[in-house]
Design a protein around this ligand. Sequence first.
Ligand code: FMN
Ligand code: SF4
Length: 543
Amino acid sequence: MTPEELGQTVLKQRDDHSKYLHVFNVCTESGCASARSGEVADALDAEITRRGLTGKVCVKRVGCLCSCAQGPMIALDAGKTLYKGVTEKDAPALLDSLDATPLKELEFPADQPFFTRQLRVVREHAGTFEPEDLDDSIRVGAYQALLKALTEMTPAEVIAQITTSGLRGRGGAGFPTGLKWSSVAKNSSTLKYIVCNGDEGDPGAFMDRSVMEGDPHRILEGMAIAAYAVGASRGYIYVRAEYPLAVKRLNKAINQATRRGLLGLSILDTKFSFQVEVRLGAGAFVCGEETALLASIEGNRGLPRPRPPFPANRGLFNKPTLINNVETFANIAPIIQRGGVWFSTIGTAKSKGTKIFALSGKVNNTGLIEVPMGITLREIIFDIGGGIPDGKQFKAVQTGGPSGGCIPQQHLDLPVDYESLMSVGSIMGSGGMIVMDETANMVDVARFFMEFCMSESCGKCIPCRVGTYHMHKILRRINDQQGSPKDLVQLRVLCDMVKNTSLCGLGQTSPNPVMSTLRYFEHEYVMMIEAAANKTEKIEVNA
Ligand SMILES: Cc1cc2nc3c(=O)[nH]c(=O)nc-3n(C[C@H](O)[C@H](O)[C@H](O)COP(=O)(O)O)c2cc1C
Ligand code: SF4
């Protein structure tokens, strides 16, 4: 494809699309698909054909429309009306309503804070085009940023824009993306790799899955721009095999883009070439850690190794490698299109842009949300999330998954940014956000996350392999009301030791949920230990 052909495709697609009187955008990502959204789309298609409306009304199989628990979701006419919980049987009524009033029983008010308080950069086009259709992706702007980078910018200028934007890696640690790209660019090796980390192993997280399913070309475009900037020629996307729809759509997108000259050799008629492949992971949490992930792509067991050397210098097949998260790559196209300065105006002094969260747990509105950095936890949970169900009180919010912590009521007005979350004992992580109400047992929450880390520990180093086992044993004992005051002392010693001596981030951060619950909810641990003491006393008295 030449630059001219890309421009013509945009115009033709927009023209074709404007001919429809009505468009039903049916979400076909995993959440809605599991509620039969594919069948709903088929039923609408059949009804359109039966009524002779082909060419006037169309059905699009689009990406996520946010409110995953209410699916199948449909957005009619660019979101003018939003429907939830639609079934195949509703197809005739939906068509009847096109020139009448919306179906009240299915309508989901689109003017509520759940939608209006979000700010979309990564997901700006989500739910408005068909991710499996390259031309429809091009209609909403795909590959325009790549064209700009290749034809109007030098690699150094691309990196300068990313640096100016202040973008930090969305995979958890928040490392400055521009700095990472510069390190790889500086290396003079003739063979360099780009790796996209789509492992997403945190319990409750599905942000990256949604971007991969809902806008695969956006990720490929971000990777290609990165490859141009750092001088890489090959790329891999590492995705867990439990994400079959993401794998299917990424492979399809790679084939489509390669066939049309948007990937592969002489991209967009320039001298730049870049090839991408998908590699499947077997679903081990540790394989999200960058050195383990690279080992896994190489065909070895996914075990972390000490750094340095960092992947930027010695990564995949011992070559310099740029590894970024899915959401990080999905931020690249808008930065190149609108400029680093534009991006840097969103967010806080040190955390720029937006962040996608998977809002779940005891909150009225669950689903995927994209919000500007710096928004408070209270705004997310009570405005966007609609508060706590059944009149219960808020107790804590868990951010950062197994590496994160539980944040209590007194910090609800904390701005959501990397440093603030860390200052209260949690982390941004990749974007899991689990809300807990007054009924939550915080010792059990700590036990749950420790069990996860214990099971997912690769066993390579002793502090993590043995430490997580013992911490889990103590937590279980306390939670079963069989603990003693000595257990609490031992737990603190182990947290400190595992944090400071483990080889990789899994072990180093595994004590976080314990330490944060001890910091804010120590009384719950004490209550359980006292209950254990009372039980023993009663047994002794009875004896
Ligand atoms: C145990 C463990 C699991 C991780 N899982 C992921 C993951 O699923 N996705 C991800 O992007 N980063 C994950 N990371 C972070 C990566 O090691 C790496 O920092 C990240 O992919 C870099 O991309 P970024 O700079 O764009 O954030 C994990 C780290 C650890 C220690
Ligand atoms: S910290 Fe845990 S997961 Fe990481 S290398 Fe050591 S044993 Fe493996």
